[in-house]
Design a protein around this ligand. Structure first.
Ligand code: AMP
Length: 214
């Protein structure tokens, strides 16, 4: 089962992607997480990606596409995967389709998690990420046991630069211009499904399971 998560930044697609990956035992591939791991490790890719991410801009396709295409060709992806944050542009989607087609494969579902912009801005200012392990929380919706401390590893939580309100507004503009056209793109391929992402994350996941099958 090859699944793509679509939706604005902060729509909750990452949370749903992790839940899907757990339930169906397939890898969760988040390009944002891959870039953040590279930034943390001080790699060349990380240095380049950070310049764009901190400004709320997309990392250029040259730095993104091959990375994902190599990743989905790995052995653990043979029964499927859930892509979270990729593709984000029509050229990325076309490159992915072309790479899959060469192997006689295709995307099975593009799940659009729909949330209006005003909800997104409120949600993202409440997001917190662990400086050490990258786990994400929300001060209202996914609180930690101790405020400001990661439940998983005990490290400090921060508001990521790319979750700050001015960056969020920029990211939403980028989303509408560059990523939203993917909804029509996957609709045209008859793989688009939509869920209402404004509800409780368990209810959203319930809808997704109904679509994917138990
Ligand atoms: P995310 O964690 O998915 O919200 O991604 C955080 C940031 O990483 C984005 O705002 C972009 O700057 C960058 N990024 C992640 N995925 C992609 C992608 N597929 N194409 C370009 N930039 C990306």
């Amino acid at each position: 089962m090859k699944i793509i998560m679509l939706g604005a930044p902060g729509a909750g697609k990452g949370t749903q992607a992790k839940m899907i990956a757990d339930k169906y035992s397939i890898p969760h591939i988040s390009t944002g997480d891959i870039f953040r791991a590279n930034i943390k490790n001080g790699t060349e890719l990380g240095k380049k990606a950070k310049e764009y991410m901190d400004q709320g801009l997309l990392v250029p396709d040259e730095l993104t596409v091959d990375l994902v295409i190599d990743r989905v060709a790995q052995e653990d992806c043979k029964n499927g995967y859930v892509l979270d944050g990729f593709p984000r542009t029509i050229p990325q989607a076309e490159s992915l389709d072309a790479a899959l087609e060469k192997r006689g494969e295709k995307v099975d579902y593009a799940i659009n998690v729909e949330v209006p912009d005003e909800n997104i801005i409120n949600r993202m200012s409440g997001r917190r990420a662990c400086v050490a392990c990258g786990a994400t929380y929300h001060i209202v919706h996914i609180p930690t046991k101790t405020e400001g401390i990661c439940d998983r590893c005990g490290s400090e939580l921060i508001l990521r630069d790319d979750d700050k309100p001015e960056t969020v507004t920029k990211r939403l503009n980028v989303y509408h211009e560059q990523t939203q056209p993917l909804i029509d793109y996957y609709n045209g391929k008859n793989v688009l499904v939509e869920v209402d992402g404004t509800r409780d994350m368990k209810d959203v996941f319930g809808d997704i399971v109904k679509i994917l099958g138990a």
